[in-house]
Design a protein around this ligand. Structure first.
Ligand code: GLU
Length: 519
């Protein structure tokens, strides 16, 4: 075996013409996983030969999104490597040297046809219901004619001289055998009139020069592959192996695009999705371990991924499944990590440091929260949270348990612990507060809590139940309005924990406020 076959080198080659989208990220991920699994190298190459559409913002956005996802490349922008530069706009000399070889060995030719002539030709072909194909007029120009036009500076492009007969074969790792009649392929352009290489030409030169062993990319490039194979042969390069990934469809079963709403990685990052949750979901868009298991850590993906198990069939992007996978990843994070993430979201919402002081008299013992987890490792000291506040947040997260599905829900789900300006559910108010007997009861509960010396869970529960007994009502008749008064919601974690974690002052204040407002 040659070096080329023994050393696995794969690449992700985005064009910086927009955001990194779900489809591109899935391609990047499969390349990354394949490299990590096989001990190969993962190269990032920026394909910016389309000078009009390429932008610096897009380039930066792609790099940031890749880094956020944790798809660390071994060679490429910011990292360097032996085969740079890794941005096509810096590789012009190489393309010109290589195209000269093709011209010299008779595999390419200059074409001086004007854009108008090409347009006319395309129109005629269309009229005749023929596939649009260059008619080869400049293919037969003599050397002298070419030299003369070049010396006069006639604008030109360079085309590949496609054989008229024969067939090109290749075997795709995922899709199997393919064959294309050369007669159906055209004399495609290698160098455009602005001197820039076309995608088909630059991609082959770069993949060969960067010693790429496996080209793993979207199946929208399947039809380019026969042209590219011709180029490999004409330039005397080794042909890499190809793996074309199945299309990703939207819920309406058309190709996933911006029309389907959010598809950029930045969109999900900005909405506080977990990078590992997103990676997990992206991995399932075309790959499955055994048709059953769906949850994978980053490391497990590396261990389990294989190109052989990538499906030929299109995958359907399912937003609710992605949310579910994210919530499963969130659930599994250690408490300390959750605290840091939740702090970040609260901070972004302007909820940290808390706008109001709670008066939890005793430090909360996390061990006594049912199912609660103790904090291990270093306490989160971010965002000016002191130890007591951090413990309080840890307890809030513990009592929420699996109710916290997405980090983006944090402001809504626990905002009332950090601000008085929380959302109040009108239906909850109608159901539980807008009743004539309620204000009096809320005031009585406030009186009891005000008198209470130790504001711990056991005591606050006893006070409420004793009051219900004395008023000859059920505990629920106090609990429900109390919950709405304190949280603005019909559902919340255990109400007695909510009371404890809001502290005496806030609890009494909100009960009295509700009594006054709804009387
Ligand atoms: N720049 C091309 C794209 O973004 C890369 C295609 C390929 O991987 O060959 O579609």
């Amino acid at each position: 075996m040659s070096d080329h076959e023994t050393h696995i080198r794969v690449r992700f080659a985005p064009s910086p013409t927009g955001h990194l989208h779900v489809g591109g990220a899935r391609t990047a991920l499969y390349n990354y996983l394949y490299a990590r699994k096989t001990g190969g190298k993962f190269v990032l190459r920026i394909e910016d030969t389309d000078a009009k559409r390429s932008t610096v913002e897009s380039y930066k956005g792609i790099i940031e999104a890749m880094e956020w996802l944790g798809l660390n490349w071994d060679e490429g922008p910011l990292r360097g490597g032996d085969f740079g530069p890794y941005t096509q706009s810096g590789r012009g000399v190489l393309y010109h040297n290589e195209v000269q070889k093709l011209i010299d060995n008779g595999n390419a030719y200059y074409c001086f046809c004007t854009p108008e002539r090409l347009e006319e030709m395309r129109f005629e072909m269309k009229e005749k219901k023929l596939p649009p194909k260059y008619d080869g007029r400049c293919r037969e120009l003599s050397e002298a004619e070419v030299a003369e036009r070049l010396s006069k500076g006639v604008p030109h492009i360079v085309r590949f001289k496609m054989p008229h007969d024969g067939t090109v074969f290749f075997r795709d790792i995922i899709r199997g055998e393919f064959s294309f009649e050369n007669g159906n392929l055209d004399d495609f352009v290698l160098i455009k009139s602005d001197g820039n290489p076309t995608y088909n030409f630059a991609v082959v030169v770069d993949d060969a020069h960067m010693k790429i062993s496996h080209v793993i990319r979207g199946d929208d490039h399947l039809s380019n592959t026969p042209r590219q194979i011709h180029l490999y042969h004409a330039l005397g390069y080794n042909v890499p192996k190809f793996a074309h990934l199945p299309m990703i469809l939207g819920s309406d079963h058309s190709r996933l695009s911006k029309r389907h709403g959010a598809t950029s990685i930045a969109y999900y990052r900005d909405r506080n999705y977990l990078a590992d949750g997103l990676l997990n979901y992206l991995a399932l868009l075309g790959w499955s371990l055994d048709g059953k298991r769906e949850l994978f850590t980053h490391q497990a993906l590396i261990e389990k991924f294989s190109l052989k198990k990538v499906s030929k069939n299109p995958a359907v992007f399912d937003d609710s499944k992605m949310k579910w996978i994210n919530s499963e990843h969130l659930k599994k994070l250690p408490l300390t990590k959750k605290i840091v993430l939740v702090q970040g979201v609260l901070n972004d919402e302007g909820l940290l440091p808390p706008a109001f002081d709670v008066d939890i008299s005793k430090p909360v013992d996390l061990k006594i929260v049912p199912g609660g987890e103790e904090m291990t490792g270093k306490k989160a000291l971010n965002y000016n949270m002191n130890d007591k506040e951090t413990e309080r947040l840890g307890t809030i997260i513990n009592i929420l348990g699996n109710r916290l599905k997405l980090l983006n829900d944090v402001p809504d789900v626990i905002g009332y612990f950090y601000t008085d300006d929380y959302r109040v559910d009108e239906k909850a108010v109608r159901l539980h507060l807008l009743r004539s007997e309620v204000p009096n009861r809320m005031n009585k509960l406030a009186d009891e809590y005000e008198r209470l010396k130790y504001f711990d869970r056991e005591s606050v529960e006893k006070v409420l139940r004793d009051l219900a007994f004395n008023l000859e009502i059920t505990a629920g008749e106090l609990i429900h309005p109390c919950r709405v008064a304190l949280t603005g919601k019909i559902v919340s974690p255990d109400i007695f924990w909510v009371v404890v974690l809001l502290g005496k002052t806030k609890t009494v204040e909100r009960l009295r406020k509700a009594a006054k407002f709804y009387s």
